[in-house]
Design a protein around this ligand. Structure first.
Ligand SMILES: [Zn+2]
Length: 152
């Protein structure tokens, strides 16, 4: 992926590892680090989620959302993590993901699966078997490819 120079009058496309903009000479290193940070955090969140470390996964994903609040993929993974943890914030996160992702998108089926999951969460008491099933399903949803940009 190329780095687009952030200087408004420039906007030159530079190769991904460029230290400086080839047109205006702006320092691109700090900028690209910032640019890749949300993906790095998403990948960390995904790693934790796949190991069942739900609290750590949630912190990483919340941090990713601080940089990029409208990332549907991150919101969806966060909703999955929160529902696996029985976190009451899960339905709200899912609603946000739904709004961001919109109709006809790739993630629609996953959102449907998560909604079913949340309905089960909202019917306590949860048996150990149901809880384990929830966790397995959330992990299944989390079995996604990492984003390419981040290196985490
Ligand atoms: Zn430039």
């Amino acid at each position: 992926m190329n780095i687009k120079c952030p200087i408004p009058d420039c906007g030159c496309e530079n190769p991904s590892e460029s230290a400086r903009c080839q047109r205006c000479g702006a320092n691109l290193q700090a900028y690209s680090r910032l640019l890749f940070l949300p993906d790095y955090l998403f990948n960390r969140g995904l790693n934790h989620a796949q190991r069942g470390e739900l609290a750590q996964a949630e912190s990483a994903l919340q941090a990713a959302l601080a940089f990029n609040p409208k990332d549907g993929e991150t919101l969806l993974l966060l909703a999955a993590v929160q529902s696996a943890a029985g976190n009451p914030a899960a339905p709200l996160t899912l609603t946000q993901a739904d709004q961001v992702v919109g109709e006809g998108a790739l993630w629609k089926t996953q959102i449907g699966a998560l909604k079913t999951l949340l309905e089960e969460v909202q019917n306590p008491p949860l048996s150990a078997h149901a809880a384990a099933q929830m966790k397995a399903r959330a992990q299944q949803i989390a079995q996604k490819r990492k984003k390419h940009k981040g290196k985490g």
